[in-house]
Design a protein around this ligand. Sequence first.
Ligand code: GLN
Length: 431
Amino acid sequence: MDSLADISRIEEDDRKVNSFIVLDKQRVSETGCRREGLLKGLSIAVKSNICVKGLIASCASKTLENYVSPYDATAVERIKNAGASIMGMTNMDEFACGSSGETSYYGPTQNPSAMGHIPGGSSSGSAAAVAAGFVDCALGTDTGGSIRNPASHCGIVGYKPTYGVVSRYGLIDLAMSLDQIGPLARDVKTCALLLEAISGHDHRDATSLDLDKDFYRFSKNLNAGLKDVKVGYAREFDELISDAGIKKAIHSAMDKLSSGGAEIIDVSLPNLGIAIPTYYLNVYVEFFSGTRKYDGRRYGHRIEETCGTEVLRRILLGSYISQKEYSGRFYKKALQARSVLRKDLSNALKVVDVLAGPTVPKLPHKLGATIDDPRVMYAYDIFTVIANLAGIPAGVVPAGKADGIPTGLQVMGDVLCDQKVLNVMAGFENC
Ligand code: GLN
């Protein structure tokens, strides 16, 4: 493969899409890269909040515009060892705060599968680069849906693993207790291959799980059979999908699963309505704490002086909620609500193998539409944040189009049931 020729082609075609912030024209990322391995011959794009030695990890912010990663994230080190070629660093919402890809300091990304619309976010560039055919697959990060939401809007596959399956070492965090690195690809097989390459225990991440070797063989253990698989559909999904086209696409996806041999079972997630405030209160507090290192002395510029509106909103609200005099009033409540949602999911997952349903409640808006009320943006996240709050695996696979715009079926499983989720995704893809 001639990576340099590919990069020149991407550079030309990406003028319309804006999926990359940095293209690795000097082939800096090739140092230490093997030619053989599980990912041999595959080209990969990396979200700009994951460290690739020698490349700028700006998090699409002005704050870190000149921050050159001094080392490789574990996921990146593993990609290099598996023989893949890194093409560059992708565009995203600033510090991964967003659901549209529009909060980047480097300008918004186009949705190659629905031009004129947002690609979703925050892993907007990673999803768009895959959807446009610039790369075979990409790394994204998912704190509340940032892999799954753009995968759905762009008509590709995206996967968030069980918390702790992929090391977070070298990831610039949004909210440490929720963040996971994960793959985006055009099909489930490639997604499973990339996941297999990047997962596994890492002593440099204290939250990394140390599991049996066979657990991590996601591509080798991939089995697309749906026969006798119990798939739960929460009745609350229908109340909360606001777009009729998405509802129709998801219902026909459930019919497809059923004709493929799965048994569809009605379940309930009674507290789904509190998912968004629960998620955002947790994120505000963790994000505020994580950003204290951007004081203008150690890394880049002082964040409060250079960031955009959404990042500033989170810092200010996080600082307010974290004040001593409020201790318990907001944050403790948010932690309690998180346990309630976790319990709902584990109850539902006791009677079924996986849950399947919508990824987003509404279609992506037009690029440039003014959205002043943050709650309108946050509303995209209702079906995705619960997996992060509970630490469970969740993936998205294309489920047709609504009004000509792709929408994805989301599959969620219990903690460590990653293979089950991937198998149902593959089964659906094969239907
Ligand atoms: N849209 C959510 C947020 O803005 C999720 C972001 C993410 O998963 N990185 O926080």
